[in-house]
Design a protein around this ligand. Structure first.
Ligand SMILES: Nc1ncnc2c1ncn2[C@@H]1O[C@H](COP(=O)(O)OP(=O)(O)OP(=O)(O)O)[C@@H](O)[C@H]1O
Ligand SMILES: [Mg+2]
Length: 345
């Protein structure tokens, strides 16, 4: 039996989805383009606004968080603010969250707009960079207008997977004020995918433990999926599989064995899906574009045993983890309802 310190991993945390690698390769130009939009703030002028877009798991959040980190290290005169809009999905919640970041405690009994005035009072002494990640998850976009109204010098960075859908959901009035520069993130090519995963393997595994042919296969599989997160998951699960067999090496066969699991379970989110949720996801795949009540009816017809509330909760969890998109449909035959669409990788 292997003891705790005899395993294939040297530092397993390097494979966490939110681990910030020191080196972010292949995104230098993107970061440069975004940084350029922020530059005027250093001269006390108005910054430009950016829409960062591209598919899942290709370094958008990583690159923008790195810019925030560099700003924090470089200057005190620009306040960087990062908001994930599925965690804070209304103008009010976003205002509260920003107040918290600015250490402003008197938020009780104040409306969103009032809070933004307090935020402006603090930021207008200098300037700010706002990053709104997962912007398509925000239920309203009033906060964008409010920022353009009350803050004097700012850059806004919006991050999304769905450029067209987002742009069409932004009111003309806000869009013309923002005048967004677009920065597209494309999927990594095979060479780049290899470079990124090599870096992680070297830091996460003991020297020589991840065999060359296993690694080459993991790279190919990641490239096919076009998502670095799935690559990190392949490395992690294959390593754990090897450990469970008390093998000193991660072999090709180990990587092949865990692939099934990778495709069945969460690639986009960090937590694995449980079985009832997986069944609901399969149903959405089959009945793409249906409303939530119609899906629930279909779910009952195949003997699904969850009540409506539990079913609805799982739909919301799938939405949060970006397996599905839920869009509101107003004034249909049956009143306001929501349409559910499967999001392929
Ligand atoms: N160039 C890179 N170097 C090192 N790691 C990378 C690189 N690009 C992406 N990653 C890693 O891949 C994972 C996914 O990246 P990230 O979270 O930035 O994706 P994203 O484009 O924001 O995806 P989503 O649209 O799903 O939010 C992260 O764990 C990140 O650290
Ligand atoms: Mg992201």
């Amino acid at each position: 039996m292997l003891t705790a310190d005899e395993c294939v991993f040297k530092n397993i945390h390097v494979l966490d989805f939110d681990y910030q690698p020191k080196l972010i390769r292949y995104r230098e130009n993107h970061q440069f383009a975004i940084a350029n939009c922020i530059k005027p703030l250093f001269k006390n002028q108005k910054g430009e606004n950016v829409l960062v877009y591209g598919s899942s798991g290709i370094g958008k959040t990583l690159a923008c968080k790195n810019i925030i980190k560099e700003l924090e290290e470089e200057t005190d005169s620009i306040t960087p603010i990062y908001v994930n809009c599925w965690q804070h999905n209304t103008t009010y919640k976003i205002a509260l969250y920003i107040c918290e970041q600015l250490n402003y405690p008197f938020t009780n009994n104040k409306k969103g707009v009032e809070l933004f005035k307090e935020i402006a009072d603090r930021i207008n002494k200098s300037s700010a960079v706002f990053v709104f990640d997962e912007i398509d998850k925000a239920e309203d976009l009033d906060f964008l207008y409010t920022i353009t109204e009350h803050i004097l010098r700012y850059s806004i960075i919006l991050i999304t997977n769905h450029k067209g859908k987002l742009l069409s959901s932004i009111d003309n009035r806000i869009r013309s004020r923002l005048f967004l520069e677009c920065v597209e993130f494309k999927k990594y090519n095979l060479e780049e995918t290899r470079g990124i995963l090599k870096e992680r393997v070297d830091h996460a595994f003991c020297k020589g433990c991840f065999e060359n042919d296993s690694f080459a296969f993991a790279v190919d599989q990641t490239y096919d999926r076009g998502d670095i997160r799935s690559g990190l998951l392949i490395l992690l699960k294959a390593g754990k599989y090897a450990d469970n067999l008390s093998s000193k090496y991660v072999k090709l066969d180990h990587v092949k064995k865990i692939l099934d699991k990778i495709d069945k379970y969460a690639i986009k989110g960090s937590s694995d899906l449980d079985e009832p949720t997986r069944n609901i996801l399969d149903l959405v795949k089959k009945k793409n574009g249906e409303t939530i009540p119609a899906l629930f009816k279909a779910y009952q017809e195949v003997n699904g045993d969850l009540g409506y509330r539990s079913f609805y909760r799982r739909i919301k969890a799938l939405e949060l983890n970006k397996y599905i998109a839920v869009t509101k449909v107003f004034g249909g035959k049956k009143g306001n309802t929501s349409k559910v669409e499967y999001l392929s990788l």
